[in-house]
Design a protein around this ligand. Structure first.
Ligand code: PEP
Ligand code: MG
Length: 381
């Protein structure tokens, strides 16, 4: 196969392989979560329309002048040109665990640095948000440091794993700090469930910084620190968390999974996975209100942010930044530019009085079909 070097030595008959031609990556035997993510990407790719690309370069501003920042979610640095071409203002989520994928050796500080220098200070991006690795169980690990877990979604993943493997964590943190002299960098921690975890992550971050200063290396002073809000307990203690960080980023993929107790990759319960569940909307609203009261920015980087069905609802909630798969950006911009904040708030207020997901979905879908008939065609039309 052209350009795939020694791939044939790494695969065996019947292996499941993802070939992502746009990012130039091949993933051999992906875990179910990665597989699911690529199925979504494939769908978006098929749905993407060239005529929507006109919206990519236009600002995400409503008709009554309310503006939203738009981020691109990336897994590989090769996706950066696509994020810029599709209209991202910055990178809202860089899933750095993908640096560990398909490797024989763990990445060292220089490996990490090379990745972060490709994403920070890039022309065309105003900021970049690096999420520390959301590794867990034996995900992506050549020499598994932990044993297989029966319930990995509730196991040693995300920040829990980083705080257990401090040296591994510091390798990444030092590289992030070293990349910060290139441009505006935001760092965020995944799977924070309470105040101790953010305090400990920040303490280790300071230690990593001091290690670099001792080496005589320059580090930027204006790195913003954020937490992902994706565990329901983080919403409950959000007031305390807000005192410790510069921004929140709502990870709806996990937040929905944990609050509704639905395994996000189990197809048998997909029918219950409902972003418009009143409990989900109420949690999101709490996070935005608490964040804004505390004077910090609130972003959303879960899949919900990139689905145009929810755009008016998210506008009504006044989320400051929506970060999504780059291919989804033009359509979401089109909806934002065709809406007003006023009508979005009216829709949200109505939705917040309804008690069932089905009523909410019916109202939201009917509203979107009426407002944007060409984007939301009714079946059979
Ligand atoms: C999320 O949980 O919404 C999120 C953005 O993180 P990931 O999908 O990588 O778990
Ligand atoms: Mg998550």
């Amino acid at each position: 196969m052209l350009g795939l070097e020694n791939i044939t030595r790494s695969v065996q008959t019947n292996d499941y392989i993802i070939i992502d031609g746009s990012a130039g990556v091949v993933i051999v035997c992906p875990d179910p979560e990665v597989r699911k993510r690529y199925e979504d990407k494939k769908r978006l790719y098929e749905e993407a329309q060239d005529d929507l690309l006109d919206y990519a370069k236009l600002p995400a501003v409503t008709k009554d002048n309310y503006s939203v920042e738009i981020g691109g979610n990336i897994e590989f640095i090769e996706e950066i040109p696509s994020a810029i071409a599709h209209g991202a203002d910055g990178i809202g989520l860089y899933r750095t665990e993908f640096i560990y994928i398909n490797r024989k050796q763990l990445p060292d500080e220089e490996d990490h640095l090379a990745h972060y220098r490709s994403v920070v200070g890039v022309e065309g991006l105003s900021w970049s948000t690096i999420r520390t690795f959301d590794l867990g169980g034996d995900k992506f690990f050549p020499n598994a440091k932990t044993s297989r877990e029966l319930n990995p979604q509730l196991g040693l993943r995300g920040i829990r794993f980083s705080l257990k493997e401090v040296e591994l964590f510091k390798v990444q943190l030092r590289a992030i700090l070293r990349a910060s002299d290139r441009g505006k960098l935001r760092i965020m921690f995944p799977m924070i469930s309470g105040i101790e975890e953010i305090l400990e992550a920040k303490r280790i971050f300071c230690e990593a910084k001091n290690e670099l200063l001792k080496r005589g290396m320059a580090v930027g002073n204006d790195i913003e620190i954020g937490v992902m809000i994706e565990v329901p307990s983080a919403v409950i203690v959000a007031e305390e968390l807000a005192k410790e960080v510069d921004f929140f980023s709502i990870g709806t993929n996990d937040l929905i999974q944990y609050v509704l107790a639905i395994d996000r990759i189990n197809e048998r319960v997909t029918y219950l996975y409902e972003p418009l569940h009143p409990a989900v909307l109420s949690l999101i609203k709490q996070v935005v209100d608490i964040g804004h009261k505390a004077g910090i920015r609130v972003a959303m980087c879960g899949e919900m942010a990139g689905d145009p069905t929810y755009t008016m609802i998210l506008l009504g909630l006044e989320i400051d930044e929506l970060s999504m798969n780059p291919l989804a950006i033009p359509r979401v911009k089109k909806i934002i530019r065709g809406s007003t904040l006023k009508e979005s708030k009216t829709l949200l207020n109505k939705v917040m009085t309804l008690s069932s997901s089905s009523e909410i979905r019916a109202l939201v879908e009917a509203t979107m079909q009426k407002r944007f008939p060409e984007e939301f065609q009714v079946n059979g039309q």
